[in-house]
Design a protein around this ligand. Structure first.
Ligand SMILES: Nc1nc2c(ncn2[C@@H]2O[C@H](COP(=O)(O)OP(=O)(O)OP(=O)(O)O)[C@@H](O)[C@H]2O)c(=O)[nH]1
Ligand SMILES: [K+]
Ligand SMILES: [Mg+2]
Length: 439
């Protein structure tokens, strides 16, 4: 695909910064570089020199790079100005570029969109690039870098090949059938593989929860009676005063959430109102929120003050929990078998052990690093549709081969939409608008 206009944007972060990178792409890039640098830099070699405005003023001395298409990120001619990251420098240069014929400011994700439309990357790789830009933890980075390198694409391509093969076999069988000679063993093998594919697709789609956990975090909710030390625990784990602590029971009313990077995994910790018979409206709502919030947790930490234990036992079913004893510094009998761990938020004793336990549980829930997982709800929906068509292909009456073949085609079409190999025009705006400007 050829675009007739050229785009420009600041691709580096907030200003002022040491260096700012302004990126341009499109058919007018050569002209822009010649005009602003005085001459076209050697392809892919940094050129150092003054950048000039149209009235002859020097804008800055900068490094300029030229990446001729099609061997560039977008597949078009691309350029990069690495200037000093002052607001006025960037504003002047951007205004200068925008004033050149054919240029306009890029929209969010437009460089990546052009890369996709020019066949440089597929849709899964584009989505993974967005994830890479947004990655905050090591697990997120590893997941994104693996997929931006094509791991997810290759995985689905394998399925698509098997489906195309199955369809070819069935269509061949249809031709044989006209001649009254049906090689039954071939089709038995094909349907066996289709059945296997359905299982593989469903299992893979189930992995979305793990991808969500990598992106949104492993969700830990602290529950316990008033004054158990829940807010103190949250503060100790995240090492800042995220929640108010007092010796007054019923201090915390609302949910207080903080995020932790634990061994490269994002972990969300939520402090809640102490559970008891509420003494007023606000506390009643707070306790209701605590109970609601706990239902969606990946792990509940049940905290008890060991010097006056009040066990909270009516926790939501089916969610893992750790019963933890607090105020070890005041406790006479620290080796209490009721608790998975004994801690003191005051002295810090036992906190590392608790963090190790949470980390192990998060690691187990997230699964092996390097697993290929569906990373968007879009993927899960297409996978479910594909496996639905395969179910239909299996269940359609044996003799209607045309129907079976059509359902195989629809399934492989859905898998093709994952990478954008099959028409996805309607999706593009949704996907690329989630990017930042300049990417
Ligand atoms: N000695 C000792 N005191 C603690 C410890 N942890 C918390 N406390 C104290 O216990 C009191 C209650 O602590 P909070 O963290 O507010 O307890 P909470 O469970 O959040 O209480 P609510 O929000 O009212 O439900 C405060 O006075 C804390 O300083 C501990 O490990 N040792
Ligand atoms: K309190
Ligand atoms: Mg509290």
């Amino acid at each position: 695909m050829l675009f007739t206009d050229s785009i420009a944007a600041l691709s580096s972060g907030h200003l002022p910064s040491g260096v700012a990178i302004i990126r341009i792409s499109g058919p007018h890039v050569r002209f822009a570089l010649e005009t602003i640098c005085g001459s076209l830099p050697q392809p892919r070699l940094a050129h150092y020199g003054a950048l000039h405005a149209s009235d002859g003023r020097v804008i800055d001395k900068a490094l300029t790079l030229f990446f001729p298409g099609p061997n560039s990120f977008t597949g078009e001619d691309c350029g990069e100005f690495q200037v000093h990251g002052g607001r006025a420098v960037v504003a002047t240069l951007l205004a200068e570029i925008s004033g050149l014929p054919g240029f306009r400011q890029a929209e969010a994700g437009e460089f990546t969109k052009r890369a996709f439309l020019n066949g440089k990357i597929d849709l899964l790789e584009a989505e993974a690039l967005a994830d890479l830009v947004n990655a905050e933890t090591e697990a997120q980075r590893q997941f994104a870098v693996m997929n931006s390198g094509g791991a997810q694409s290759e995985f689905y391509l394998g399925w698509r090949r098997r489906l195309i093969h199955a369809r070819a076999m069935i269509e061949a069988e249809m031709d044989f059938a006209d001649e009254g000679d049906v090689p039954g063993s071939v089709s038995t093998q094909v349907w066996r593989d289709v059945k296997l594919l359905i299982e593989e697709m469903n299992r893979h789609a189930d992995g979305y929860g793990k991808a969500e956990m990598i992106r949104d975090g492993f969700d830990v909710v602290i529950l316990g009676a008033p004054n158990a030390g829940k807010s103190s625990l949250l503060n100790a784990l995240v090492r800042r005063e995220a929640a108010i602590v007092t010796d007054e029971p019923g201090t915390t009313r609302d949910l207080v959430e903080a995020v932790l990077d634990l061994d490269g995994m994002k972990v969300r910790i939520t402090d809640t109102a102490g559970l008891r018979e509420p003494t007023g409206k606000v506390e009643a709502i707070g306790i209701e929120r605590a109970r609601e919030r706990a239902k969606g947790a990946d792990l509940i930490v049940l905290l008890e003050d060991m010097t006056s234990p009040v066990a909270v036992l009516d926790i939501p079913a089916g969610i893992r929990n750790l019963r933890i004893g607090n105020k070890l510094d005041l406790s006479a009998s620290p080796e209490d078998g009721r608790y998975a761990a004994s801690i003191s938020t005051k002295s810090g004793e036992g906190l590392d052990r608790l963090l190790d336990m949470i980390s192990a549980m998060a690691g187990e829930a997230i699964g092996q690093r390097g697993d290929v997982l569906p990373s968007r709800l879009r993927h899960v929906e297409l996978l479910q549709q594909a496996s639905g068509y395969l179910e239909l292909a299996l269940s359609t009456q044996d003799l209607v081969l045309e129907l079976k073949a059509e359902n195989l085609r629809l399934a492989s079409d859905r898998i093709g939409k994952l990478s954008g190999a099959v028409d996805v025009e309607d999706l593009l705006d949704v996907i690329f608008s989630q990017f930042c400007i300049g990417k």
